[in-house]
Ligand binder design. Sequence first.
Ligand code: NDP
Length: 486
Amino acid sequence: MPAFKLYIGGKWVPSGSGQTFASLNPATERPIGRFQKGTAADVEKAVAAAEKALPRWQETPPPVRARVLYKAATLLRQRKEELARLVTTEMGKVLPEARGDVQEAIDTAEYFAGEGRRLFGTTTTSELPDKFAMTIRVPVGVVGLITPWNFPIAIPSWKAFPALVCGNTIVLKPSSDTPLCATRFVEILLEAGVPPGVVNLVTGPGEDVGDALVTHPAVRGISFTGHGTTGESIAKKAGTKKVGLEMGGKNGIIILPDADLALAEDGVVWGAYGTAGQRCTAASRVIAVGSSVKEVERRLAARTRALRLGPGLLPTTDVGPLINRQAVEKTHRYTEVGKAEGAKLLVGGSPPVGKGFFYRPTLFTGVTPDMRIAREEIFGPSLSILHAPTLDDAIDIMNSVEYGLSSAIYTRDVRAAFRAIARIQAGITYVNASTIGAEVHLPFGGVKGTGHTREAGWTGLDEFTHVKTVYVDYSGKLQRAQIDVE
Ligand code: NDP
């Protein structure tokens, strides 16, 4: 079985631990490679390499830094199919979605490459004569990127490309469930021309490698995507570092009686069971308003029952495996909780027998907002139907959870749509579209327990730059702000 290494200071090296761990194909449970079990001492070396590379990279003009991103986009495009197959093999999502994962990285590379010729600051007026005032963006420094497994190419790209174009150097700590995708991503960056030390890769357990990055004094920024509990502990430990946190969701779709129900049905099924429900923006609650509930139940039950579970590489598969055994157990625990709380199980609710980390697409109805299955992130193919008498009740239910990432409303009534846009507490609201499907040139992120970072789009630069304010006084004399002003 192939064994992969850490990438530190321009070289592929083994971990000082002398230990490795396996990454499994979740559809077969077979290992696909062995990876270094990195330690705090490896992080120490990676951070030193990133610090050493920082001055030169910072001084490289942004349009020149951007060439690496353009080249990376080309390489990603050339290897899209090969990488997509790897995403499916290591993470499990069905092949068309895996292609989307890689496409998102291509789009991100191209979008942020363009920033090499923008990185706009602001010029403004001064209250004093012969004085010029402006802001510029400066890099944060050495940044630690801590990424999850559910978008194993796209999420590292969402962080690495803006970080690089802004002039930061990087230590990437990927999820221990998808280290091969991260290794291939780093190989592409190297081939694209990233100088030694600018990008470093340390695989290994979050509690060791991730923690060492979060607490290292020379790491000036941490960009994290993952569970709320992990993010909260990172926020506490990171002290004065610049911290970006993208955490969980309990995303809902409101369906009004006037909605195009066939369209809503397509959106709900795609949002709830796409990526086997393992998207931070996955729809896990349908809030059916008024008389729509019976028809919504009927349609969703039929569609959920018809979904075909199987390996993601098979073209006949609709829903692939979950990431690991713990995810299957967690999803099943929530099924038991839902039943015990009095929700009605309409479809699924168990894992099939045989190899692979599969779980049957599951649908509950009669769910009330106080039930745990309506409040907690399951991160599996489990959907709850709730009922609300009016739109305002539905919005209250939508807002009653701790998270606030994505949301959707299906209606033909423009007034209802705008009322929902204004009142829903979430970073993203879709009208007549599902909760998933972010585009890379728009801001992405949440509110409340999801965190408040905005990655992607023009806001994606904020996480990886500081704004520096510059005053140039060309009056040739001492001018005192607030004092020498009439
Ligand atoms: P985890 O929080 O378990 O892990 C995320 C990353 O953090 C992994 O690299 C992990 O390493 C690392 N980590 C674990 N413990 C620590 C620690 N103590 N200190 C530093 N790093 C640590 O999340 P998952 O990988 O399971 O991802 C699923 C979660 O991600 C879901 O909650 C989902 O909603 C969220 N998510 C949010 C998105 C958003 O943009 N809002 C997008 C995608 C997912 P290791 O793998 O070694 O444990």
